[in-house]
Design a binder for this molecule. Structure first.
Ligand SMILES: [Zn+2]
Length: 203
């Protein structure tokens, strides 16, 4: 799942007229490197139109070095791409696991089972590292219980709400081949598909 922070940041700056100094050379170089790192990461993440994104991952049975190696690499990709979640299907692995940041902590979530707690739902904007700059309104359960395993096969049991609950529902959808364009309202879907189609032709 893509970070929404960029947008907030731009907004902050529009209101802060006293912050219009030029970047130092070091800052400009760091910013350029950040953008290159992000593009290199995004190039390794499957993009909309790739059939793998529509496939269902199988349960993980082996908690081996290979799993830990892959999840470590995915965690790096997620941060470089400036996302808060990345599912195995997004890097072409048809297995049920994802990496994410919950309450500021990096997690590996394997074989997740999500149970909403209560009937409350919230609609908020979501982005996806496989859908470019598109942001869509998606309705999600406000609170849930997550039962899963970590990369060592140890049980994970978390009660989540708000943004953390949203990230987990978004990533779990990826493991079932479901994208936010399937979850949004018809008008937003039509507009998003219009934006995505030219990308397909160019690809
Ligand atoms: Zn996504």
């Amino acid at each position: 799942m893509a970070h929404d922070h960029d947008h907030d940041h731009e907004h902050d700056h529009a209101d802060e007229h006293d912050d219009e100094r030029e970047l130092t050379d070091a800052e400009a170089r760091a910013e350029a490197e950040r953008l290159v790192r992000r593009d290199v990461a995004l190039a390794q993440i499957r993009q909309y139109g790739d059939p793998v994104l529509r496939m269902r991952g199988a349960e993980v049975e082996a908690f081996d070095d290979e799993l830990r190696r892959v999840t470590e690499r995915m965690n790096g990709l997620m941060h470089d791409a400036e996302g808060v979640g990345l599912a195995a299907t997004q890097v072409g692995i048809l297995r049920r696991f994802f990496v994410c940041t919950l309450a500021g902590e990096d997690r590996v979530i394997v074989n997740p089972v999500v149970t909403p707690t209560g009937d409350d739902t919230e609609v908020d904007q979501e982005g996806c590292l496989s859908l470019g700059p598109i942001r869509l309104p998606v309705e999600r359960a406000s609170r849930l219980r997550l039962e899963a395993q970590d990369e060592h096969g140890e049980p994970v049991s978390l009660e989540l709400e708000g943004a953390d609950a949203r990230v987990v529902q978004h990533e779990l959808d990826h493991l079932d081949g479901v994208l936010i364009i399937d979850r949004t309202d018809p008008d937003a879907r039509r507009e998003a598909l219009g934006q995505l189609r030219p990308r397909l032709v160019l690809a």
